[in-house]
Design a protein around this ligand. Structure first.
Ligand code: NAD
Length: 313
């Protein structure tokens, strides 16, 4: 059901406000009374077509904990968008599709490796063939590998840059011409607080991840400037410590000493708010940035980190 505000208050206030207005444009009373809200359906995605890259999720099938792309795809569909789901993991994106369809939403799945230009080009055409337009692109593919410049191999470095930064570049490269042709579009790239600050206390380094996610932020700003007059907005969502399947699926093994609960407790403890966020926190930030309510917002970031970045020593 679309959101409808309670207008009873305004039915009383508006006649007073209008009368005050009749007394003269500068009537102080007119300024004291609230502006008319009228009917509103904020963050409505009806009629919009959204591509979500990395719309599956790592981790066990059927898990109640979702990755950021999966949550974003489901939320956009709940708000009325037709969602073009893409992933390299067909089973994972099929699960996202089943969730959306079970809720009465519209979506299609497409296998696409976002690190391969030909795949991305073909995927964009497939979306246009299927849904006739592209209003939204969410570049969500990415992930971290540990290592500093000495311990990280050149191959891992190259793959980190491709995985986190080139995927966003290729998404923009092939979607932008469609959005420019339409005269409108919104792109959100998913970065990480690792691209903004360094947690030297942990003694861990993921230099390729930090550098590529910093690159994602600046990629967004740069593209936003170039396309601002062409109707395309480009922003970044910067997640902090989130409880996504990644925590149990990979981090517990690589940095958590095979003790998922200990790792979860430590991550909760590290956040000023006292707990990690989850993928819906990321999804809501994306939803706002791609909505018409964010029409004057481009070339910027929303940091979704429970205060971590601001309070980091
Ligand atoms: N999980 C976190 O705590 C966290 C924190 C900060 C930032 N992020 C960022 O959020 C994004 C999503 O991470 P997540 O952990 O929520 O998601 P995830 O890893 O659970 O899911 C990402 C999906 O992307 C797919 N994918 C991987 N490589 C692909 C490729 N080349 N082409 C197409 N699809 C591919 C995977 O199959 C998977 O289904 C990433 O960019 C990550 O860096 C995550």
């Amino acid at each position: 059901m679309p959101y409808r505000p309670d207008n009873r208050y305004y039915n009383i206030i508006n006649p007073i406000r209008n009368f005050a207005g009749c007394l003269g444009g500068l009537s102080p009373m007119a300024y004291l009374l609230p502006i008319e809200l009228g009917e509103t359906n904020m963050l409505d995605m009806t009629g919009k077509v959204a591509i979500v890259a990395g719309a599956g999720s790592v981790g066990a099938a059927g898990s109640a904990i979702w990755g950021n792309g999966k949550a974003t795809a489901v939320l956009l569909a709940r708000k009325g968008a037709a969602v073009f789901l893409l992933d390299i993991n067909e089973e994972a994106m099929a699960e996202t599709k089943a969730i959306i369809e079970s809720e009465g939403g519209t979506c299609a799945i497409h296998r696409c490796d976002m690190m391969v230009a030909a795949d991305v080009q073909e995927m964009v055409q497939a979306c246009v063939d299927r849904f006739k337009r592209i209003d939204i692109l969410v570049n969500n593919v990415g992930g971290s590998a540990p290592g500093d410049p000495v311990s990280m191999s050149e191959e891992v470095w190259d793959r980190q840059i491709d995985f986190n930064l080139k995927t966003a570049f290729l998404g923009c490269k092939y979607v932008l011409p469609v959005m420019v042709e339409q005269g409108k579009g919104a792109i959100v790239n998913i970065a990480s607080v690792a691209g903004m600050r360094n947690d030297f206390r942990s003694g861990r380094s993921h230099v390729g991840y930090s550098a590529s996610k910093a690159g994602v932020i600046q990629l967004s700003r740069s593209v936003a400037g170039t396309y601002a007059k062409k109707g395309v907005r480009v922003n970044t969502v910067v997640p902090g410590l989130m409880h996504t399947p990644l925590v149990e699926y990979r981090l517990a093994r690589t940095v958590g000493g095979n003790d998922p609960q200990k790792l979860i407790d430590a991550r909760n403890e590290a956040v000023p708010m006292g707990h990690m966020g989850d993928s819906m926190d990321v999804a809501h930030a994306v939803l706002f940035l791609v909505s018409d309510e964010a029409r004057f917002i481009t070339a910027t970031e929303i940091v979704v980190d429970g205060g971590s970045t601001a309070f980091m020593p």
